[in-house]
Design a protein around this ligand. Structure first.
Ligand SMILES: [Zn+2]
Length: 808
């Protein structure tokens, strides 16, 4: 049984290790540096107990890793009776460090790795590889050390969505390699979607002859190409991937989505729907209303047949049954579904979904499997033995843990790696959100609300790589790394061993490892973030430059020229006279790491009277106005991004309005992108402040704040997976959004308490994106700085479209 084993593995361990200057990611539990080092030579051997196939496999992997990193080819052999010397010894030995823990001793003449299970030895081997120098060394050496290590959580996962875009098997194997490098142990393979069914099912061939292919794809927010796309994995390929993962001690959890996200299956077999179809394979992203008919026994026969084949292909105990984002429209109108509700004394369609999932759970029990589902499976009652993946924030996880069900924490605002990891105009096109490296790192998976007994049900963490805008292996690498490293440390390292500065230091080595391994990671952590404190009365501003990288050498200019290795080095906050255009980049010698970032920003905004005011208000309340990760939570105080502080509500309610002109920016006339910009006004708004940083006397009374919808029905439905959105289309803290059609010529109001300046998109829908990524308003936890607004000024205009097209 996986879960009890997981629970046993989370028992607390003793004191944290000190920072010893090693660069192991994730940080080990205990590490003590020793004297000298173990020199690797061509004569060094890797020795294991004879007759243990698993250990021999680990030894071969280790030899291959050492060869890749140092060029040395070491012989793998069997331990004899003689005491070994000049060897790396791998062996099993009973231990208290659990199924994945290990001990590693590196001494000048000998390296010994022991664990109670082969998985532990495998992780020891990963650590050995990370002790090797990342640069070129004439004689590679492992620094002497004593390490005792074990993971904090038993589930350390990555989910890759191959439903939206098909990825070849070769890439999946690489992905699994990358996971192993981070001591991750669960590959959640999202195999079915509305837009593609990717797993061969022998009994239902149309699933892959029809359901695996589509005629086009929405490739940005509002554009659809007509390139056919598709692909699927044969059962032989599935077995190949599963076996490959097993060799790296990674369990594959297949996801077969139900009852929603099933349009590909319905396109193949329309009789499984409520309406009977026919259906076309969708080319636009977003939640589809057509789902499996819960009143039709054929649906269950079909799913049981499918799951029978799936269960036979995947040796792991867990099968993910989806359960998310299932609109109930069709069930409400379907006589069969309504009959099922009546016959089973169900209260409503939510209980019908619970009936659906519970019935599938019971079936899978007969195959020796347990289910996990997205947190919507809590609605209408949780199936008796189900585990829950908490994605809509942490509430679902808290609720499930209190019901004593295992929980994997994967809250969208910290663990959705399809979100932007830097300023939108510097990043390839993404679905939305803002999730820089540091924010991933700072996530603590055990909610403070839980008792110690309940907390034991938090069995792990997982990063999710949703694929709507991830069409290639290159982009998948880019979106996954380095954020997966931050997640891996959260999953493996004890909470007391986590330290951002030290992690950032170790990431410098990790980036080198990525480069050696050919991982196309994002260097966004090197992009400079600006914190600006403007004093418009004096026409001055103090600018602070930061990054999510370790002790960066930041060089900058204030005359619009590109910074070079000869430009002044940033040492401390700089005072500038406005207007000014600051450009800054991180340098490593002559080389720019990341991208050069420009902040002509707040200083040139002539119409931004209130922007500055809001900025000041936030600063004055201890809320930073930069672009760093810290900017994300201050709206609500760190750790509770879903409960906006009244101060910010006040800021937001004051509003920022943008009128026509944005859509016509490409026209010949050199009209400013923002023709008019004014503070929103109305009976509910506090008085407009002077541009002197003064604060409103008080937040507007809650009753007068118009920005929260009274019900979900009032909310604009937002396509895609977005922060804080519930299955019904929005969450209560989302503001009311005008319909798409109205946006280009309408004021974009400040929408809710989390509204801030920045460049964000998608969240507000198709048309609004056009406005937004030119840098106007935003939303949710996405904070950026007022200076982003400058992006729409004549002369200072960037063209995010152009940048993004480069990636598509
Ligand atoms: Zn139905």
């Amino acid at each position: 049984m996986l879960f009890p084993a997981i629970l046993a593995g989370t028992a607390a361990m003793a004191a944290p290790a000190a920072d010893t200057g090693f660069s192991i990611i994730p940080a080990p539990l205990h590490i003590q540096s020793g004297k000298g080092s173990f020199m690797l030579t061509p004569q060094t051997r890797i020795l294991t107990e004879s007759g243990n196939a698993a250990l021999q496999q680990v030894a071969k992997e280790l030899a291959a890793g050492i060869r890749r990193q140092s060029g040395l080819s070491l012989t793998v052999g069997a331990l004899g009776k003689m005491a070994p010397a000049n060897a790396i010894v791998l062996r099993l030995q009973a231990d208290t460090l659990g199924n994945e823990g290990y001990r590693l001793s590196v001494k000048p003449g000998l390296v010994t790795a022991t664990a109670s299970q082969p998985a532990g030895v495998f992780y020891a081997a990963q650590t050995i590889l990370q002790l090797l120098p990342t640069g070129v060394a004439k004689t590679p050496a492992l620094p002497a050390a004593e390490i005792a290590d074990k993971p904090r959580f038993g589930w350390r996962g990555l989910m890759l969505d191959v439903g939206r875009y098909y990825f070849p098997v070769d890439y999946l194997k690489k992905y699994i390699d990358y996971m192993a490098l981070h001591k991750l142990n669960t590959f959640h393979w999202h195999l079915t979607e509305d837009h593609g069914w990717r797993i061969e099912i022998k009994k239902y061939p149309r699933l892959t002859t029809v359901g695996a292919w589509r005629n086009g794809t929405q490739f940005t927010n509002n554009r659809v190409n007509n390139h056919p796309h598709g692909g699927y994995y044969t059962q032989e390929e599935i077995k190949e991937v599963v076996a490959y993962a097993q060799s790296k001690f990674i369990t594959v959890v297949p996801e077969i989505e139900m009852p929603g996200h099933s349009l590909a299956a319905l396109a193949a077999y329309p009789e499984l729907s409520c309406s009977g179809g026919p259906f076309k394979m969708p080319v636009n992203w977003g939640i589809q209303k057509d789902v499996y008919c819960a009143g039709n026994d054929k649906t269950f026969t079909f799913l049981e047949d499918v799951l029978t084949e799936v269960a036979a292909l995947f040796p792991g105990e867990i099968i993910h049954i989806g359960g998310d984002e299932c609109p109930k429209d069709r069930w409400k109108a379907c006589p069969k579904c309504q009959q099922r509700i009546k016959a089973n004394n169900l209260k409503d369609e939510h209980e019908l979904q619970s009936y659906f999932i519970t019935r599938i759970e019971k079936f899978l029990q007969t195959k020796g499997k347990r289910i996990i589902g997205w947190d919507e499976i809590l609605e209408g009652g949780l199936a008796p033995n189900a585990a829950v993946m908490s994605w809509r924030g942490t509430e679902g996880g808290i609720q499930a843990a209190r019901l004593l069900h295992p929980v994997v924490m994967t809250p969208n605002q910290f663990m959705y790696f399809d979100y932007y990891q830097g300023e939108t105009y510097l990043e390839p096109y993404c679905i939305g959100g803002f999730l820089p490296l540091r924010k991933v790192y700072e996530y603590e998976p055990v909610p403070a609300e839980l008792t110690a007994a309940e907390a034991k049900y938090i069995v792990g963490v997982q990063g999710n790589v949703w694929g709507e805008y991830i069409h290639s292996p290159e982009k998948s690498d880019y979106m996954t790394f380095p954020r997966a490293a931050a997640m891996a440390e959260t999953g493996w390292s004890s909470a007391g061993n986590k330290n951002w500065d030290d992690f950032a230091r170790r990431m410098e080595s990790q980036y080198r490892r990525y480069e050696k391994a050919g991982i196309g990671y994002a260097a966004s952590a090197y992009n400079v973030m600006f914190k600006v404190q403007a004093d418009s009365a004096r026409n001055k501003a103090v600018v602070t430059l930061t990054t999510d990288s370790y002790r960066p050498v930041i060089r900058y200019t204030t005359n619009s020229s590109e910074p070079t290795a000869a430009s002044p080095r940033y040492q401390q906050p700089i005072e500038v006279t406005m207007p000014v255009n600051i450009k800054a980049a991180v340098f490593e010698g002559n080389r720019v790491r990341g991208k050069t970032v420009s902040a002509a920003a707040p200083f040139q905004i002539r119409c931004a009277h209130r922007i500055a005011t809001i900025g000041h208000a936030r600063a004055a309340r201890g809320l930073r106005i930069g672009r760093s990760a810290q900017n994300l939570s201050p709206l609500s105080g760190r750790g509770s991004p879903r409960s906006p502080a009244p101060a910010t509500a006040a800021c937001a309610a004051r509003g920022l309005a943008i009128t026509a002109g944005l859509r016509t920016r490409r026209a010949a006339a050199p009209a400013p992108a923002i023709k008019r910009c004014r503070g929103a006004s109305g009976p509910h708004l506090p008085p407009v402040r002077r541009d002197d940083g003064a604060l409103p006397a008080a937040a507007p009374p809650a009753s007068s704040a118009p920005v929260f919808p009274a019900s979900a029905a009032e909310c604009h439905r937002v396509p895609g997976r977005l922060p804080g959105r519930s299955g019904s289309g929005c969450c209560p803290r989302w503001g009311r959004i005008p319909p798409h059609a109205a946006l280009p010529r309408t004021i974009v109001p400040a929408l809710n308490a989390s509204v801030a300046f920045g460049a964000h998109d998608e969240i507000m829908g198709v048309e609004l994106k056009t406005v937004l990524h030119r840098g106007i308003v935003y939303f949710g936890a996405q904070l950026a700085a007022a200076h982003e607004v400058i992006a729409v000024e004549p002369g200072g205009v960037r063209n995010p479209d152009q940048l993004r097209r480069g990636f598509l």
